[in-house]
Write a protein that binds this ligand. Sequence first.
Ligand code: ZN
Length: 248
Amino acid sequence: MNIKLNKPFAANSAVDEFDVKQVKKALNRLGYYQPYEKTGITGIPDADVFSALKSFQKDQGLQATGTARPGDETVTKLSSEAGKKKSGKYIWRAVGDNKVRDSHAALDGTVRDLADSPDPGEEFNCRCWAEPIDENPYPDAIKPVYPELFLIPALRLGRIFKILREILKYSRKKDNYTDHAALRSNQRSASQKDIEEAIKTAKEAGNVITKTGKYGTPQKVYKGSNGLTVIEETQGRNAGKIITLWWN
Ligand SMILES: [Zn+2]
């Protein structure tokens, strides 16, 4: 890579668009710079390109100014380092708009070798870039960078427990209650305890009536002193099950 700057390259000066592209491409190839995904590599200077240059200078033992001048040591070093034949892999990235040429859109997301040709950004007007492949896919596994990511499963867990409790409650009811009675107990906010209390107090006070239901099945009517009336069928399909209940 032979970088030739047209103008001084610094955050506080009017930089040359082509200079910016060259520096970005070189720093991207060396793993120092990643562009914004929506724009790819452009000639517009951003804060990242100057801080990336600073890091590069630091690693090369140069004065870490984040600036460069045509033909200076930083430019020479950047050219030679970026031009070195390197071994390693990267992921080709392309901007997701319709201006991306088909051949580069096809390369988007593919794993390439640093020795492969072309390089991202090498061809005319190409905005593509190289995304480094991390050796360790979970470098920040212990660090909670986004607390939400940890919070969401915790909330889900709470919800799962709630659902499990409901299922258990319902299946417990199913043994002694018809589906209809279970529904009514929910609608009428009668808890298991209320129902047990109604049956117990009705028995104690002798408030248990035996009658024949609408469909000819014998039923027991418990009028609890807590204000709850509970109907239990004593024969047939629902024998021994509570079929409905209401508050007086
Ligand atoms: Zn491209």
